[in-house]
Design a protein around this ligand. Structure first.
Ligand SMILES: O=C[C@H](O)COP(=O)(O)O
Length: 229
């Protein structure tokens, strides 16, 4: 069965009631590809079930609010908030065991790309999570490949660059996890995706959707959701 196209809008720390209402109205009024999976996700979750952790949110609190997805490992949290591979892996495990699926973000910095370390970096990030999850739990993961140099810069990865890394991730899934994971786990791309570049990226065999930042706040987000029609 083909993998279902998956598009996430990452609003980050943007928006107020009025602007978010406008975005939702625009989405509700648009004709959206009904084969594309979209939904509401939290931008973070903590690895402990509850307790004195000011400012954090638990898996149970997400579930209580009918939020069944969380973004974990975004480079802004890895870099600005110094989240380690191990902490991110523990959060991923806690989310999945508590019934929340995970958009797990990985990607290299510009320096790492220029040092030909892209595959090494994403493999390290994936291996950290692989230590925590069973092969079956990968069914609850969507991997978002987001090169840090492409995030919010307007510098999108070329279709070849994206496909090359996505194919390497898929190969890793087969070798490190299972043939089933290799076949079924979605690998989506993020980093300056726009209504202009989404269609070409979506033609790539291993690009199963997008994680969209800036453009998800604009009416053109609809065109990205509809990139395959
Ligand atoms: O999670 C989304 C990414 O950080 C991409 O952000 P961007 O589309 O603004 O480059």
């Amino acid at each position: 069965m083909p993998r279902q196209f998956f598009v996430g809008g990452n609003f980050k720390m943007n928006g107020v009631a009025q602007s978010i209402t406008d975005i939702v109205k625009n989405l509700n009024g648009a004709k959206l590809d009904d084969t594309t999976e979209i939904g509401v996700a939290a931008q973070n979750v903590y690895d402990k079930p509850n307790g004195a952790f000011t400012g954090e949110i638990s898996v149970e609190q997400l579930r209580d609010n009918k939020i069944n997805w969380a973004v974990i490992g975004h480079s802004e949290r890895r870099v600005i908030l110094k989240e380690s591979d191990e902490f991110i892996a523990r959060k991923t495990k806690a989310a999945i065991e508590g019934g929340v699926s995970v958009i797990f973000c990985i990607g290299e910095t510009l320096e790492e790309r220029e040092g030909n370390q892209t595959i090494e970096v994403v493999t390290r990030q994936l291996n950290a999570v692989a230590k925590e999850l069973s092969a079956e739990q990968w069914a609850k993961v969507v991997i978002a490949y987001e090169p840090v140099w492409a995030i919010g810069t307007g510098k999108v990865a070329t279709t070849e660059q994206a496909q090359e890394v996505h194919a390497a991730i898929r190969k890793w899934l087969g070798e490190a996890i299972s043939a089933q994971a290799q076949e079924n786990v979605r690998v989506i791309y993020g980093g300056s995706v726009s209504e202009k570049n989404c269609r070409e990226l979506a033609t790539q065999p291993d690009v199963d959707g997008f994680l969209v930042g800036g453009a998800s706040l604009k009416p053109a987000f609809v065109d990205i959701i509809n990139a395959r029609i």
